[in-house]
Design a protein around this ligand. Structure first.
Ligand SMILES: [Zn+2]
Length: 480
């Protein structure tokens, strides 16, 4: 069948078209009527729910409580932290009219909630005994996007934002790194994205933060996706909002605060980390359907095969496997195979009359194994559980190998430009913002992070030969 009817543009031809076509054809999401907004369809939303549940559990396990704060923030709140308002000003949506008249004070649709939560923290904290205060909220936020892309950059997106207040810098930094590690674990173990955690250079910091850390994943076009950030905010927001405590020595002290977020952008990361020319490839842990069963029989045998497929599905569900039986009539098995392949289902089971007579079903994997293997119907739950675990590990390893094949340590400018054209470069850098700007203008690459695990090293800047900064190599790449 022609590609424009059923398939998608190959990645190598046009990665961006591949992505846009796939998001629509796999029924993950569509553009909303307002530019930059996104309708998340059930198949895409289920992926988000599964990821969210894993992250939420880890947020709770590390001692945080969920709460909910309002969507609208008084404009004056944002103005209290100068860098924060300056950084967010171009992206703000502002409500000026409500209830049929102009408002005395405009309201901001939250782009993030440091200011409003900071105001509440100031009310709730009075003594060192109230610390640490560990909050999280699951919410939508709005940041006006001029170059939207579904999941990756949308005007409204879903996320969680953690906000915490601490006694001192040491405790707040422990929190900042703990949550960075939680994000790295969720990205690797759940989404199968082998992210690199590290610190942002000053030019890439969150507006109002003292230090910003991120996890960076490599997409299959060699570009980086920032998939989560964790910020140490120092006392910047504490002094702007009066978040203080009476110390055990009887002194008024400012709290040290943090914030951290992971969003629906992760779904875009999953699509671009694992997908191929046939469509989506989903890690089992966030696949809406982990196994699809396709009964193949006509005429007299159809009822018996159908019943066996349903019985198998019931037993798989009981074993905690997300399974779907594709019983669409008047649709050929071949069409169903291609359809579920495009939608990224990890495992496919075919059952026909001959399989049934032999007490088996035929298992096909979305990636990593050619051909089909027969599995026994009696032992199917255990066999499929093992196959799903193996598939989850396989995807992480495949993505890790891909990232390594496209990452190189470089010591000269010609090497740098060649490497960042297709992937990431580990390079020494002087740390000067003007030099970062120059590199970006020449190659479109930016410093993604200073990897936490990079060994100590110093020398001269790959671009300008000035002495290197940070005491480590910086990871550079083009980014979403
Ligand atoms: Zn330089």
């Amino acid at each position: 069948m022609a590609r424009d009817e059923r398939g998608v543009t190959p990645q190598s031809e046009d990665f961006s078209s591949w992505y846009n076509e796939l998001v629509t054809k796999a029924q993950l999401a569509e553009r909303g009527p307002v530019k930059g907004t996104m309708v998340i369809r059930p198949y895409g939303y289920r992926m988000w729910e599964l990821l969210q549940a894993e992250l939420d559990q880890r947020i709770k396990d590390t001692g945080h409580d969920n709460a909910y704060f309002p969507l609208l923030i008084p404009e004056s709140y944002l103005k209290r932290e100068a860098e924060h308002v300056e950084g967010f000003a171009p992206e703000l949506a502002v409500v000026t009219h409500a209830g049929g008249k102009e408002l005395e004070e405009p309201l901001i649709v939250r782009p993030t909630s440091e200011t409003l939560i900071g105001e509440m923290m100031a009310k709730w904290i009075s003594s060192y005994r109230d610390l640490p205060l560990l909050l999280n909220q699951w919410a939508n936020v709005v940041r006006w996007e001029l170059r939207p892309r579904l999941f990756v950059r949308t005007t409204e997106f879903l996320w969680q934002e953690g906000h915490t207040a601490h006694l001192d810098e040491a405790d707040a930094m422990r929190e900042t790194m703990q949550m960075l590690n939680v994000y790295a674990e969720v990205a690797r173990e759940i989404a199968g994205i082998p992210v690199v955690p590290g610190e942002k250079t000053p030019g890439e910091r969150f507006a109002g933060a003292v230090r910003t850390f991120s996890i960076e994943g490599m997409m299959r076009d060699g570009k980086a996706l920032q998939a989560g950030t964790s910020h140490y905010l120092g006392t910047n927001f504490a002094s702007a909002f009066g978040i203080q405590y009476l110390s055990s020595a009887g002194q008024q002290e400012l709290c040290h605060t943090t914030s951290w977020g992971m969003s629906t952008r992760m779904i875009g990361g999953v699509i671009m980390t694992h997908g191929d020319d046939k469509g989506l490839v989903l890690p089992p842990k966030i696949a809406p359907y982990q196994v699809v069963i396709i009964p193949i029989a006509r005429g007299e045998a159809a009822d018996e095969v159908q019943a066996a497929a349903r019985d198998l599905a019931r037993r798989l569900k009981a074993a905690g496997i997300r399974v779907h039986v594709d019983e669409r009539p008047h649709v050929s098995p071949g069409f169903k195979f291609n359809d579920w392949e495009m939608r990224g289902v990890p495992l496919r089971l075919e059952i026909g009359p001959r399989d049934l007579a032999a007490g088996t079903a035929l298992l096909a994997r979305r990636l990593g194994a050619e051909g089909k293997t027969a599995i026994g119907l009696d032992t199917a739950p255990d066999a499929l559980r093992a196959a799903l675990d193996a598939f989850q590990s396989f995807l992480l390893q495949r993505a890790t190998d891909f990232r390594e094949s496209r990452t190189a340590t470089v010591n000269s400018w010609p090497e740098f430009t060649e490497v960042v054209a297709a992937g990431w470069a580990r390079a020494l850098h002087c740390g000067q913002p003007s030099c970062e700007d120059d590199i970006k203008a020449e190659t479109a690459a930016t410093p993604r992070c200073i990897p936490s695990e990079a060994p100590a090293e110093s020398g001269t800047c790959v671009r300008c030969n000035a002495p290197s900064a940070y005491g480590k190599r910086v990871l550079f790449g083009r980014a979403y």
